[in-house]
Design a protein around this ligand. Structure first.
Ligand SMILES: [Fe+2]
Length: 170
């Protein structure tokens, strides 16, 4: 779903443009990253819930609780990401179709083993970390300190969680 500028339809400005010292084309580039970040967070939230529900085996309790920590964190982060998009003068993706179009995270397999679930999520988290670094760089280049700070906070959480996932693998 793209408009004439090659941007997704969810990239629509509000009537009153923000005058916050960041050019519109830069805001649009930052927002593209934020929208992808939001959509992937949303998809990952559903995937970690799925794994929380369906994980099996000797380590059920540990992983059931760990996946709950992950989905709780992802859920709590989404409002802030979406509202940053609004602050930059654009709309946040707010329906399943937009979320799916902007997301790269693949659906989880609830029949997978506990080990497979863990390594699947580790791949997703590390992909998110690498992507966040790129999205953050765009914001940094534009002097968008608020978005950079948000990515810094999210990177700190994601890198710790990815480390824990690596440490849990024998
Ligand atoms: Fe639960």
């Amino acid at each position: 779903m793209q408009n004439n500028n090659g941007q997704t339809d969810t990239l629509q400005t509000t009537k009153v443009e923000p005058h916050i010292g960041i050019e519109e084309h830069q805001r649009a580039e930052i927002v593209d990253g934020l929208q992808r970040f939001l959509a992937n967070t949303y998809t990952l939230h559903l995937k970690t819930l799925n794994y929380h529900w369906h994980v099996k085996g000797m380590h059920f309790q540990t992983l059931h609780n760990f996946f709950e920590e992950l989905y709780t964190d992802l859920n709590e982060s989404m409002d802030e990401i979406a509202e940053r998009v609004l602050q930059l003068g654009f709309k946040a993706p707010g329906n399943l179709r937009a979320m799916q179009e902007l997301s790269n995270i693949k659906a989880g397999n609830e029949h997978a083993s506990a080990d497979q679930m863990l390594s699947d999520l580790l791949n997703d988290y590390q992909w998110m970390i690498r992507s966040m670094r790129q999205w953050r760089a765009m914001a940094d280049e534009a002097g968008d300190a608020a978005t950079v700070a948000m990515f810094d906070d999210r990177l700190t959480v994601f890198e710790k969680q990815a480390w824990m996932m690596r440490a849990m693998q024998s």
